[in-house]
Design a protein around this ligand. Structure first.
Ligand code: 1GP
Length: 254
């Protein structure tokens, strides 16, 4: 699936460990769903959430955003359009590089668990034929350059974030994402609180190819508009989707 980043201005973050609203029709107006959370996520609840979203709005792109390779399987990779993996700049080493190498190591070591086929193995590693299949799989994995700016959030605690970035550092992380790391998404994460436009304005100056996502505390048309006008390509709405579907609808740009 090719992603039309220009068409994505509203993203819904669905936490598979939380109950879904009884009517998922509200998702008709969103452009992309990220399925992921920071607590109690499993392969099973991820698959259930993706299936429910696909049933409600079959054309909607759905990405799995795992925090552990234990949530990722052949089934989740087949069910989601992409595996979108955060690389947390201001977190601990594990959350910038460690888990990513673990994920790809797992894919290489036990490809049949991830790819479903019995691939030829040489010693502890797969053969070159199997390596092609692994390379195909890797094209379904994208990285998100991620900055977590709310220290009281579960996301910060889980990722070892001990300090937030200044707007200048956010801008630096954005520039590195675009020019050095090459991730397609740069994500400013204020999970659970509204961070305002300053970081978005700082990051937007440097981003042309990279999609700029902002998430955190968006629960009104005014906040959604403020962040988009500050230069975000997309707002990400999470809590409000689970807790207050009517307010969620207000966050969708007209
Ligand atoms: C969380 O960025 C998302 O990962 C959305 O944040 O839950 O505060 O809307 P909220």
């Amino acid at each position: 699936m090719d992603i039309d980043w220009d068409g994505i201005t509203h993203v819904t973050k669905v936490d598979p460990a939380k109950p879904l609203p009884s009517d998922l029709g509200a998702l008709e107006g969103t452009d992309l769903v990220l399925v992921g959370g920071s607590d109690d996520v499993t392969e099973t609840n991820t698959l259930e959430a993706i299936a429910a979203i696909d049933d409600a709005v079959p054309s909607l792109p759905v990405f799995q955003e795992p925090y552990s390779s234990s949530h990722v399987s052949k089934s989740t990779i087949e069910a989601a359009d992409y595996l979108s993996v955060p690389a947390v700049y201001n977190g601990d080493r594990e959350h910038f590089v460690g888990k990513h190498v673990d994920l790809f190591t797992e894919v290489g070591r036990k490809p049949e668990a991830v790819l479903g086929a019995s691939l030829p193995v040489v010693g502890d590693l797969i053969s070159s034929k199997g390596a092609d299949a692994v390379a195909d799989l890797a094209t379904n994995v994208i990285g998100e350059g991620y900055v977590i700016q709310h220290l009281e959030s579960t996301a910060a605690a889980t990722s070892g974030v001990e300090a937030t970035y200044s707007p200048e550092q956010v801008a630096g992380a954005a520039l590195a994402t675009e020019t050095f790391y090459g991730f397609p998404i740069f994500y400013i994460e204020y999970s659970g609180t509204y961070g305002g436009p300053a970081d978005v304005e700082a990051a937007a100056r440097y981003l042309e190819e990279t999609a700029l996502f902002y998430g955190g505390g968006i629960d009104s048309r005014e906040k959604a508009t403020e962040i988009l006008e500050a230069g975000a390509d997309a707002i990400v709405v999470g809590d409000c989707f689970h807790d207050d579907p009517e307010t969620f609808l207000e966050t969708i740009p007209e």
